[in-house]
Design a protein around this ligand. Structure first.
Ligand SMILES: [Zn+2]
Ligand SMILES: [Zn+2]
Length: 199
């Protein structure tokens, strides 16, 4: 099945490490955000993602939109929703994509819990794998309008990363970026040294 996936989805799976419903949803959401901003490739705009979830769904945004944490293009502002705002610094446009409500059946929830706890028979495990695989296929193939919603939003994007001085902590000697320094007894301290451990 996996060999039939599009190349960009394969890249997401390489990064995330496994296929799961969350990754499938994140992939559809990220692609929908890109299209709604009018792009076919993330390099066409300078994109920033503000994620309301820090689970599996966020990883496709790092790969499909190039909004990685390390590049300062991903901010996590968790609300427990499968919702992501994507803004473009080039056009000033922003959209918020969100998964439409979906409820797994009570039996399937119960089976998932027992699989997690390792309390299933081989036959139940096969059932679980088959159901999960068909849910993933459903997510990947269903019409966007049934899976997700895209709304235009106005977003004030976080400032671009700036260059900071990096003084050394007077207590441990380790180098630290200035915004994270504190004062302890009139000397520059890192956060770890600024709050002495109380025993
Ligand atoms: Zn996952
Ligand atoms: Zn220190």
């Amino acid at each position: 099945m996996e060999s039939a996936y599009p190349a960009d989805l394969k890249k997401v799976l390489e990064f995330h490490g496994h296929m799961c419903p969350g990754v499938a949803i994140g992939y559809r959401l990220a692609k929908a955000a890109l299209a709604a901003l009018g792009y076919s490739h993330p390099d066409e705009g300078d994109l920033v993602t503000i994620a309301e979830s820090d689970r599996c769904t966020v990883d496709p945004f790092q790969i499909i939109l190039g909004c990685t944490l390390g590049k300062g293009k991903l901010y996590i502002n968790s609300t427990g929703k499968q919702a992501f705002s994507v803004g473009c610094r080039t056009s000033g446009k922003a959209v918020r994509v969100i998964q439409l409500p979906y409820n797994y059946s009570a039996e399937s929830d119960d089976l998932t819990r027992r699989v997690m706890a390792g309390r299933v028979t081989d036959e139940e495990y096969r059932q679980y794998k088959t159901a999960r695989e068909s849910r993933i296929q459903e997510i990947l193939t269903m019409p966007a309008a049934e899976l997700l919603k895209v709304e235009s939003v106005s977003l004030s994007l976080p400032e671009k990363e700036t260059i900071h001085n990096s003084p050394c902590c007077a207590f441990c000697g380790e180098q630290v970026m200035e915004p994270w320094t504190r004062l302890r007894a009139g000397k520059i301290a890192c956060i770890r040294c600024a709050t002495p451990v109380v025993r």
